[in-house]
Design a protein. Structure first.
Length: 595
């Protein structure tokens, strides 16, 4: 405010709206009673800023004692109050943190000897929070043998400036025996030690745990030495910490000869490498059981053993040692070696018998399929031939007889196709062995012509060859590829609308290096439920004529390509038709068509 703005009632406009009533009421009472006005309140500056102020005013009296006015001061205490608030919050935070962590604080004035304890320090001493002890009282809680130690540590810190860290026994105000950790540091002013402060913590639980651990280790050591089992313990570096009497008896050593040595020294060279790997897994997983390993006795004799180990951890999760139980299985292995050989031989015989049974069953199945594939079509062909003969005998038209003969020829060709497929599965494809590419330079056009020629005469014109690749020859087994193409073309013609074309497209691929044959029909597509097992033996689609098949066609296609290092795949299928693709691997990349 300017002076003009502040005079009169102008100053009152800056009093915060929330404090205005209280300020004016107090001012009114002070003026009426002629007494001092003292109050903290908030002001709102013209720029909107809020300030905390402390106002103090005293009455001015004339010679007659009548109050003629007031004179006073207004002090901006905003920063001071913020600092006090932050200090209170910090003290509350430290007290909460100390209570959760179990750590208290203390301060000793080295000038007047006064002591200040935090609430958590009071709780550890089992006195009421806020209690302020004297130095003599603070020292009196310690056990008599510990009082000299804490005085000596404080004197040394005052002389050298180095902090100290002690763990001492103490008796609380309620008579409870505890162990405490006291950490202290000295503060200097003008070269003089004026104050000591530090932290205070109850560590009784850790001392109890350490004592229990020492007792446990002592008992465990006795157990190691007296147990009838081969037991030992190692540290994280693999050094022997303790061994049982039984271990010493079996290995032929004395305790003094082995304690402190690396456990892997007692293994053979080959087993030492395996044991080092076992130890890595042991420290990573916390437990491990080895396979059969070999150790060397003192006299040089080799024993077969199996070791089971478990890791012991401290309260912080750090590995302390591993406890190991060793079983000597030398005699057991010797007694069971012959039995194991007999079992292996018996298993071999049973496996060979099972393979022969499976092979015989497969051969029988193929023979049954072959018989079915030949018998029914031959009956159909016989009937067609008899009908043709009757037509000729009855002097019926030659066209009718020719049609019947052509139908018989188609049936015979179907017989040949079925026989080829069945024999292929029963003989070559059933072996599962890769084929040798004796026909390394097969003329591609010859292959296509032969495959199309395998189709019924009336259907051949429907096959349209689309040559995209300029390659003239390719490495393959022609007889097998002819079989695969014949099955794909027969399926495409069978499942396409009558009279529609089937495309046989020839392309090549650089990566992977392969000849690519696509067979594209105009049919209604493959049923979705057949897609996951399309190339498996026995998968049958709905034949347009209703005639059931044995589901060998696409199975043979897949196996033919696999035996030559290639693959067969379904490119697309749907109402607009189906595209099947053959990858015939070439050159050094043969067998790598999955790239």
């Amino acid at each position: 405010l300017s002076v003009e703005q502040a005079l009169g009632d102008g100053w009152a406009t800056t009093v915060h709206a929330d404090d205005r009533a209280a300020v004016f009421n107090e001012w009114g009472r002070a003026a009426a009673e002629g007494r001092e006005f003292a109050m903290e309140f908030r002001l709102r500056r013209l720029d909107g800023g809020i300030r905390q102020v402390h106002s103090l005013a005293r009455a001015i009296r004339g010679d007659d004692g009548v109050v003629s006015g007031f004179v006073g001061t207004v002090e901006d205490v905003t920063e001071a109050r913020d600092a006090q608030r932050r200090l209170r919050e910090s003290e509350q935070f430290l007290d909460r943190t100390g209570r959760v962590a179990g750590v208290g604080g203390w301060e000793l004035d080295l000038i007047d000897g006064s002591v200040k304890w935090s609430d958590q320090t009071c709780r550890i001493h089992e006195v009421e929070p806020g209690h302020q002890a004297t130095f003599a009282e603070a020292v009196s809680y310690y056990a008599p043998e510990a009082r000299a130690a804490i005085r000596e540590a404080l004197d040394r810190a005052i002389d050298s400036g180095a902090p100290y860290d002690l763990e001492l026994p103490m008796t609380t105000a309620r008579g409870r025996q505890v162990w405490v950790r006291s950490v202290g540091e000295v503060v200097y002013a003008n070269g003089r030690a004026v104050r000591a402060f530090g932290a205070f913590q109850d560590v009784t639980w850790r001392h109890d745990a350490e004592r229990a651990l020492r007792d446990s280790n002592r008992l465990l050591t006795q157990l190691y030495e007296q147990t009838p089992a081969m037991m030992h313990s190692i540290d994280i570096d693999g050094l022997l910490l303790s061994v049982s009497d039984r271990w010493l008896d079996v290995m032929g050593h004395t305790r003094d000869e082995v304690i402190g040595r690396r456990a892997v020294e007692f293994f053979t060279d080959e087993s030492r490498r395996l044991r080092l790997h076992d130890l890595q897994r042991l420290w990573a997983d916390g437990h491990h059981t080895s396979g059969v390993l070999q150790v060397k006795r003192r006299d040089g004799r080799v024993l077969d053993i199996v070791a089971s180990a478990i890791v012991q951890y401290d309260e912080d999760g750090r590995a302390l040692r591993a406890l190991v139980v060793t079983d000597d299985v030398t005699e057991l292995l010797a007694r069971t070696a012959e039995l194991r050989r007999e079992q292996v031989q018996r298993a071999d015989v049973e496996r060979y018998a099972a393979e022969l049974d499976a092979l015989l069953a497969e051969r029988n199945e193929m023979l049954n399929v072959l018989a079915h594939e030949v018998r029914q079509p031959l009956n159909n062909a016989s009937a067609a031939l008899q009908s043709a003969a009757a037509a000729l005998a009855g002097e019926r038209s030659r066209g009718d007889a020719a049609e019947r003969l052509q139908r018989a020829q188609g049936v015979m060709q179907a017989v040949m196709s079925g026989v080829d497929n069945t024999l292929a599965v029963a003989a070559l494809l059933g072996s599962g062995q890769p084929v040798s590419r004796q026909d390394s330079d097969v003329d591609i056009d010859t292959l296509l012509a032969v495959a199309v020629g395998d189709m019924p005469l009336a259907e051949r014109e429907r096959v349209q060859i689309e040559r995209v690749a300029e390659t003239r020859t390719a490495s393959m087994d022609m007889s097998l590829l002819r079989l695969a193409l014949r099955n794909l073309l027969a399926n495409a013609l069978r499942y396409s609308p009558a009279g529609s074309s089937v495309t046989l497209r020839v392309t090549d691929s650089d990566r992977p290096l392969a000849l690519v044959l696509d067979v594209i029909d105009r049919g209604s597509g493959i049923e979705p439920e057949l897609l996951p097992r399309l190339f498996e033996r026995g998968t049958r689609g709905r034949h347009p004529s209703g005639r059931a098949s044995h589901g060998l066609g696409l199975y043979i296609v897949r196996r033919v390509l696999e035996l030559q290092g290639g693959r067969a795949e379904l490119v697309s299928t749907g109402p607009g038709g189906t595209t099947m693709r053959l990858w015939i691997a070439q050159g050094v990349e043969a067998g790598d068509t999955n790239q």
